[in-house]
Design a protein around this ligand. Structure first.
Ligand code: NDP
Length: 331
């Protein structure tokens, strides 16, 4: 076997200097228990941009091909779990971190990282949601599991125009929650309302720097993608018994907070990870997204590009300038 294919390529030309291009690669062998997937679609996630710009917390060694998620068709299988021609979704684990990722016509990964595409979820739709959608849906599922109910009041979504935020707004609205979206993009209020947000507020409304341990009680739930003082202030404003899901750090990895929201208001803080969560959890979430959680009007949610068009989107996502999802069509 000798497969030649195109892939996005990040090289460290000198220490701290990273160049991005598209290169031709070859693959000669698929190891035992691995599958070779002809990638149909990938998507751009925040972590991909970190990897593509030399963040060694994400990718230790360069040259490297980023891309943490893919959907596609198995071109060769060295595993009993899958056969040539099966359509699969691969997200997370080490894909695109220190394993060559999905900004590529082919990926070669352990079969244990893949799940079969659900019947009602075309390959394209799976990557419109992508890792961001999987993560948003995991947050929602865990919040509901912890008794978040629509009758309890408003649910705040931060980083709302981002990939995770957009799917979260749409999904919570679809499930009957009153969603308040917080965004730094004042020109995207209409987008967020079309996704289903009942109300849209600016980041400055969560910008309390008084260091008060608690703020006026408002949110029944919070789905946070940004961390930092926005998450801290959202937690301080969470109602008695409210549920907060934290999945991201687009603003900051810090959480400047006291324990009072937890011990005086009984607030629960849930950590969400879609990278190493179990295959069973993934299958359940993808089945939901394929069926009763499928978002209407997916067209609003994404911009479709080719591998050649990817480069500028990497810089934009790092600056928080992307609205919705970026789908990469590898065909
Ligand atoms: P995006 O870049 O698509 O969205 C992030 C959004 O956060 C931006 O669009 C912007 O939204 C907001 N934002 C950006 N910078 C700031 C800032 N300085 N202060 C406040 N808000 C800001 O990223 P994703 O949606 O793909 O990912 C969001 C986060 O979730 C990332 O940190 C990512 O690493 C993490 N993540 C975690 C996963 C997990 O398994 N736990 C899986 C996937 C993602 P707006 O302008 O609307 O405010």
């Amino acid at each position: 076997m000798n497969i030649a294919y195109r892939a996005f390529w990040v090289e460290e030309s000198e220490p701290g200097q990273f160049n991005r291009s598209i290169t031709q690669k070859t693959l000669n062998e698929v190891p035992d228990d691995h599958i070779l997937v002809r990638v149909a679609y990938s998507s751009l996630n925040y972590k991909d941009a970190l990897s593509a710009t030399g963040n060694k917390g994400v990718t230790r060694h360069y040259p490297h091909t980023p891309g943490v998620d893919a959907s596609g068709t198995i071109a060769e299988s060295r595993s009993e779990s899958f056969q040539k021609g099966d359509e699969v979704i691969v997200t997370g684990f080490d894909l695109g971190m220190n394993t060559p990722g999905a900004f590529s016509e082919y990926i070669c990964v352990p079969a244990s990282w893949a799940i079969s595409r659900p019947e009602n979820l075309p390959l394209k739709v799976s990557m419109i949601y992508g890792t961001a959608g999987l993560t948003a849906a995991l947050c929602v599922q865990k919040m509901i599991h912890h008794d978040l109910e629509s009758k309890k009041g408003e649910v705040l979504v931060t980083g709302a125009t981002g990939g995770v935020g957009s799917v979260a707004v749409g999904l919570l609205a679809k499930l009957g929650f009153d969603v308040v979206a917080v965004t730094g993009k004042t020109d995207q209020v209409e987008y967020l309302k079309q996704l289903g947000a009942k109300d849209v507020i600016g980041r400055s409304e969560l910008d309390d720097s008084s260091s008060k341990p608690l703020l006026k009680s408002r949110w029944a739930g919070v789905l946070d993608t940004v961390g930092g003082s926005i998450l801290a202030n959202a937690i301080k404003s969470t109602q008695y018994g409210g549920i907060v899901a934290a999945c991201g750090n687009a603003a900051s990895q810090d959480l400047p907070l006291t324990v009072f929201p937890f011990i005086l208001r009984g607030v629960s803080l849930l950590g969400i990870d879609s990278v190493n969560c179990s295959l069973m959890d993934r299958m359940i979430i993808w089945e939901h997204l394929a069926n009763e959680w499928a978002l209407p009007d997916l067209e609003k949610l994404y911009t479709e590009i080719t591998l050649e068009q990817l480069n500028p989107f990497i810089d934009k996502i790092l600056k928080g300038e992307i609205t919705g999802r970026v789908l990469i069509n590898m065909n």
